[in-house]
Design a protein around this ligand. Structure first.
Ligand code: 13P
Length: 235
């Protein structure tokens, strides 16, 4: 399974180093064989060799250039980073990324063989409009994306469940994941208010291949507990 921590705009470089060390120690001490990904803030990136993989939360689809506030491939290469999060709802809805710009980013990093964690998810009004509308909406987020890319991971994260403490029911997650799996065979993670208290149940669902965790993953101890659940299930 794939257990991923999106640290968002949290944890300084110093705090991130401590965090990564703590998780790495846990993985080694417990012989964890699951894939563990950590996405720190840009200024907290560091080269890392170990069991866990460090990924970038974002990067511009360019080697380098005049793109104020962005980083490019060159900056990722400096840290040996070959994993990237693309299409996160915060980048779509707060930072205004369009499907077109997301597709360009996807193609650029795909052509370089990056492991891409591609995020999709609907806002509440779409969820309320019913299943047909929901699937139609998610299809628009698949537009232009190579769903057969061999290094693709998809993360389904309903926007209304992110950082809210709300989640779809376990049955809703399973039903939707089963439908999404028909569109792509890529590992499919669930994200949105995953906590130590619900991670085990979510991970046990059919067609859930892992989790992408935000706030609850900020505590290394909590993140490690979730990794432990995944290890015990070992699907
Ligand atoms: P929370 O776990 O804080 O809801 O965030 C989920 C998320 O956005 C992970 O990418």
């Amino acid at each position: 399974m794939i257990i991923a921590a999106n640290l968002k705009t949290n944890l300084t470089r110093k705090q991130t180093s401590k965090y990564v060390d703590e998780v790495e120690r846990f993985l080694n001490a417990n012989n964890i064989s699951q894939e563990v990904l950590v996405f720190p803030a840009m200024s907290s990136l560091n080269p890392h060799a170990g069991k866990l993989t460090i990924g970038a939360q974002n990067a511009y689809p360019v080697l380098n250039g005049a793109y104020t506030g962005e980083i490019g491939l060159e900056h990722l290469e400096e840290f040996g980073i070959k994993t990237i999060l693309i299409g996160h709802s915060e980048r779509r809805h707060i930072l205004g990324e369009t499907q077109e710009s997301i597709t360009k980013k996807f193609d650029f990093y795909k052509n370089l063989g990056f492991r891409i964690v591609y995020c999709i998810g609907e806002p509440l009004e779409i969820r309320k409009a019913g299943e047909d509308e929901l699937l139609k909406y998610l299809d628009t987020q698949y537009a232009g994306i190579d769903l057969n890319y061999e290094n693709l991971v998809i993360a389904y994260e309903p926007v209304w469940a992110i950082g809210t403490g709300l989640t779809p029911t376990l049955n809703d997650i399973e039903v939707l994941h089963t439908k999404l799996k028909k569109k792509s065979k890529a590992p499919l993670l669930y994200g949105g208010s995953v906590k130590v208290t619900n991670a085990k149940d979510v991970l046990a669902l059919k067609n859930v291949d892992g989790i992408l965790v935000g706030s609850a993953a900020l505590y290394a101890e909590h993140f490690c507990s979730m990794i432990n659940y995944a290890q015990a299930l070992n699907k």
